[in-house]
Write a protein that binds this ligand. Structure first.
Ligand code: SAM
Length: 253
């Protein structure tokens, strides 16, 4: 276990990981047609209708929020990273859509009883210790109107753990490379990523650590936060099994 990269993430560590390099390799990881499919899946699983007010927590550079806005949904995107929020705003302007982008922390949200739905997409949950992760769920619940739905899309830990740890994953764009070294901490149920980016002759090293909750953990945490009817799906919205690469949880306030 590497204690340096285990446990809760600080805002500074998150800001370093989710910055310009994250945007630069973004379309290689999620090609535009993949993001199109993911946005449609979110519409289907949350049963979104034109005019619904929807909140994405950890919206990144707006690859999902801007697409949802094109579908007629009223979207708000919140993120901790000013660099990513700026990119998201530019993307919205390019697409000619209106999205409310807010710089903020998902652990302390400014809204009460406002949204029809909220979601955290692409492993955007579990960065903190259990108390703060559960606080995120309570804040999401408070932001939703009664009957509002919450969706969380996360790596499926059973699928994840099938790969021998540490695992190395290389992404290349032009002459630049991003090397992700994944390791699992079986004592804290966290996965850790050490990321080395070699870009334009510079080397940058950042870290990400996230908690790997199972479905029964989500049920317990979501019910404690005030949700009911907790359901799960695999990637593409099919049945969730140990072979699913993703665990998608949907619950109702
Ligand atoms: C894995 S990215 C996913 C981005 C986006 N959901 C997507 O699918 O492209 C996680 C995002 O969560 C944001 N984030 C991390 N911690 C946060 C916090 N405490 N409050 C708000 N956003 C946060 C990061 O800045 C990053 O943009």
């Amino acid at each position: 276990m590497n204690s340096e990269i285990s446990g809760t993430m600080s805002s500074h560590e998150l800001g370093s990981y989710f910055s310009n390099d994250y945007i630069y390799f973004g379309d290689i990881i999620n090609a535009p047609e993949i993001s199109d499919r993911q946005a449609q899946l979110i519409v289907d699983l949350l049963a979104l209708r034109q005019g619904d007010q929807v909140l994405e927590l950890g919206c990144g550079y707006g690859r999902i929020t801007n697409r949802l806005a094109e579908k007629g949904v009223q979207v708000t995107g919140l993120d901790l990273s000013p660099v990513l929020i700026k990119e998201a705003e530019e993307g919205a302007a390019e697409r000619g859509v209106k999205v409310e982008y807010v710089l903020g922390d998902m652990r302390a949200l400014p809204w009460r009883d406002r949204f029809d739905a909220a979601f955290l997409w692409f492993t955007t949950f579990g960065y903190f210790d259990d108390a703060d992760n559960e606080r995120v769920l309570r804040e999401a619940a408070s932001s939703l109107r009664k009957g509002g739905r919450l969706l969380i899309d996360h790596a499926n830990r059973y699928y994840f753990l099938r790969h021998k740890s540490p695992m190395c994953y290389v992404t290349r764009r032009n002459d630049n490379v991003r090397i992700d070294i994944y390791s699992d901490d079986v004592l804290s149920d966290r996965s850790n990523i050490e990321r080395i980016v070699v870009r334009d002759g510079c080397v940058r090293r950042t870290y990400l650590s996230f908690r790997q909750y199972g479905f029964s953990d989500y049920v317990r945490m979501l019910q404690t936060a005030g949700f009911k009817n907790v359901e799960c799906y695999g990637q593409e919205g099919g049945a969730f099994t140990s072979d699913s690469s993703r665990l998608i949880v949907v619950a109702c306030k």
